[in-house]
Design a protein around this ligand. Structure first.
Ligand SMILES: Cc1ncc(C[n+]2csc(CCOP(=O)(O)OP(=O)(O)O)c2C)c(N)n1
Ligand SMILES: [Mg+2]
Length: 678
């Protein structure tokens, strides 16, 4: 422990009349004690932001701890998720179902209070945070959702969607590039109900940020078109309150409130230093801190009057009751809109959804078009969107290449609502914003870019999967089949690595029918994201029976049965299904009969039972997989006796047909490969 002398709290806070309040004392004590008990965690941010948190959560936040799902609650996102104990303390103190036992179990196996706030683990956690920069980006999505739903549902005199999105963020979030992507777009879209508090403590893990972070943050955000309240003393409750009121009063711009704080404030010897960022204070320093902040209670004990002063249950219930009354009036005036709002906030699909899907399937079968699957995706959106008003499209500046626009698409702007977002060239920001849009409720977002640039969005895709968020990712230009743009744009390992993200459904459809079914499945999937890997080039249509169309949803199925004694099974995806079918014909001429299995989604196939696996891939029959991508993942289907026609190196810049030939995606090579193993 440092033996530096403790200066007075007033001197540390830079406020002559400063004294610690028991309200913030409760936060500081819970954070110190829980981190100490767990012997790990981050006391610095919770202690440094306690005054800001008290002003927001106890005096301003519109929420009902007894109904964390109330549609019009304010949303709160702790973007500096390492400060999780701050959020847990606030949820506990204000009356959410998060007990003192939960706090004592901080960071323990199966507790509701894991190291970082995890969506779904405890009530009131709106999103998972911890990977810095993504919480603020989710918050942009939440605020955008509010704005779009307000534009769609509110009527004069009936503001049923009318809440703020608040977020706390630190130096780390602002250093992360994604904060630029998301906050820049938030400025352009004028998200006036987004209010961010910057914990400007000058410290990150390595120490004083002066060596690596010297941006003029207020100027940066002003340049984005934000309303900025600079130079707020983050321990001065009156100043924080005034800044918050000023931020609420600006309704056409997001607000950033820059709060100067002392990290670990309340720890007499460690405050202001990176020592307090991410380790327990230690028993001696905690004892000294208790004295310093005037907190005379044992660990995990909060006096009744402090609980009472924090308790937001009655106020929250009254706020929700008042909203319910207003909603009833809205429902009386606009019964259909009210029912639609409820349906959408409950995440239920429209009653006519199945009918729309069936009609679209019938049309695709009738048209039997030979088109690129990116075009088939656009046709699917065009067919399904009229039945799905919650669909909210968008692309990272590739609308014309990803083919993500449809006849009724209406671009969102600062002034108008709509159902299509031009995300600009911001892939990571886009997918993180998409997560926020989805988590808010009422919307089903889809996002789009080239499959190659899924890499830029990678961690937000992982977060979608981790949180079980419904987001549909349209990834076009899915292989060397994109041709002349060359190896920088040609995915080789992306489809395979996306498949490896737990709970991500990856689709690589072979034609218009598989693309439509992939879309329908992705929309219907409530508990996770889907990535649709789509071709730039045209692909032929394959006629299927009704059973085969139904089987697409099983991820892998027999597309073309062997016309004689079964010698081998060819497994292919996407553009390589055509090749497999041609190889089947060529092999048959030589008396070698093979079955072609189309495997548009290995993830879905893996989830089927063993009888389905056996029916599609019978034991004892050699298998050859064909996919224009890395081969590793296919060995689990073909085993060591089978073979893979894959691509284990980068591509080249040339016309697609030449590249497929150059790299062995030819009938001759597939025939030879089958003969070598069968
Ligand atoms: C994307 C990402 N990179 C690195 C980390 C590890 N990390 C956690 S907190 C932190 C420092 C953050 O500094 P700041 O936001 O200023 O937090 P403070 O120390 O002020 O609480 C780092 C590097 C992370 N959580 N996420
Ligand atoms: Mg900091």
């Amino acid at each position: 422990m440092s033996t530096a002398p403790a200066s007075s709290a007033a001197a540390q806070a830079g406020l002559p009349n400063f004294s610690f309040s028991p309200l913030t004392g409760a936060i500081r004590a819970l954070a110190m004690d829980a981190v100490q008990k767990a012997n790990s965690g981050h006391p610095g941010a919770p202690m440094g932001m306690a005054e800001i948190a008290e002003v927001l959560w106890r005096r301003n936040l519109k929420h009902n701890p007894q109904n964390p799902h109330w549609a019009d609650r304010d949303r709160f996102i702790l973007s500096n998720g390492h400060g999780s104990m701050l959020l847990y303390a606030l949820l506990h103190l204000t009356g959410y179902d998060l007990t003192i036992e939960d706090i004592k179990n901080f960071r323990q196996l199966h507790s509701r209070t894991p190291g970082h706030p995890e969506y779904g683990y405890a009530p009131g956690i709106e999103t998972t945070t911890g990977p810095l920069g993504q919480g603020i980006s989710n918050a942009v999505g939440f605020a955008l959702a509010e704005k779009l739903l307000a534009a769609e549902f509110n009527k004069p005199g009936h503001a049923i969607v009318d809440h703020h999105t608040y977020t706390f963020l630190g130096d780390g979030c602002l250093m992360e590039g994604i904060s630029h992507e998301a906050c820049s777009l938030a400025g352009t879209l004028g998200l006036g109900k987004l209010i961010a508090f910057y914990d400007d403590n000058g410290i990150s893990i390595d120490g004083d940020v002066k060596g690596w972070f010297t941006d003029d943050t207020p100027k940066r955000f002003e340049a984005y078109g934000w309303h900025v309240v600079p130079h707020v003393n983050g321990h001065d409750s009156a100043a924080i309150e005034a800044a918050l009121k000023a931020a609420q009063a600006v309704t056409d711009k997001p607000s950033l409130i820059c709060c100067k704080t002392v990290i670990g404030f309340g720890s007499p010897h460690k405050a202001g230093s990176h020592d307090v960022h991410g380790s327990p204070l230690g028993a001696d320093e905690i004892a000294a801190a208790r004295k310093f902040i005037g907190w005379n209670y044992p660990p995990f004990e909060i006096p009744a009057d402090v609980y009472a002063a924090w308790d937001a249950k009655a106020k929250g219930a009254a706020a929700e009751a008042e909203w319910n009354k207003r909603f009833d009036a809205y429902a009386a005036a606009f019964p259909e809109l009210a029912a639609e709002f409820k349906r959408r906030m409950n995440g239920e699909l429209p009653a006519n959804w199945q009918g729309a899907v069936d009609a679209a399937i019938a049309k695709v079968a009738e048209k039997a078009e030979n088109i690129a699957t990116r075009k088939a995706s656009q046709n699917s959106i065009t067919a399904l969107a009229p039945a799905l008003p919650e669909l909210l499209g968008g692309s990272a500046d590739l609308a014309g290449s990803n083919l993500t626009l449809w006849p009724e698409a209406k671009s969102v702007s600062a002034k108008t609502g709509g159902n299509y977002i031009h995300y600009g060239v911001r892939e990571f920001g886009m997918v993180a914003i998409g997560n926020g849009l989805s988590l808010h409720g009422g919307l089903i977002p889809f996002t789009a870019t080239f499959l190659m640039f899924s890499e830029y969005a990678r961690n937000a895709l992982r977060m979608a999967a981790l949180m079980k968020v419904r987001q549909i990712c349209v990834f076009t230009h899915d292989s060397i089949g994109l041709g002349e743009d060359g190896p920088t744009h040609q995915p080789v390992e992306q489809t395979a690595t996306l498949r490896m993200i737990p709970n991500m459904d990856v689709w690589r459809p072979a034609d218009t029918m598989e693309t439509l079914v992939a879309w329908a499945h992705a929309v219907e999937r409530k508990d996770g994201p889907s990535s649709l890997c789509l071709s730039r080039q045209n692909l032929p249509y394959t006629v299927r029976s009704a059973e085969q169309i139904a089987a697409i949803r099983k991820g892998g199925y027999v597309l073309s049965e062997a016309k004689g004694p079964l010698k081998a099974v060819l497994i292919a995806t996407g553009s390589e299904v055509e090749l497999a079918l041609k190889a089947q014909t060529a092999l048959a001429l030589e008396g070698i009969h093979v079955r072609v299995v189309s495997m548009p989604s290995t993830n879905l196939f893996d989830r089927q039972d063993s009888s389905w696996h056996q029916a599609v891939l019978p034991h004892g029959v050699v298998r050859v997989a064909i996919e224009a991508g890395v081969s590793d993942g296919w060995y689990k289907y073909v085993g060591l006796d089978g073979a893979v026609v894959g691509l284990n190196h980068f591509g080249e810049s040339a016309p697609a047909s030449l590249l497929f030939k150059e790299f062995g995606f030819t009938v001759e090579n597939v025939v030879a490969t089958v003969k070598a193993v069968a």
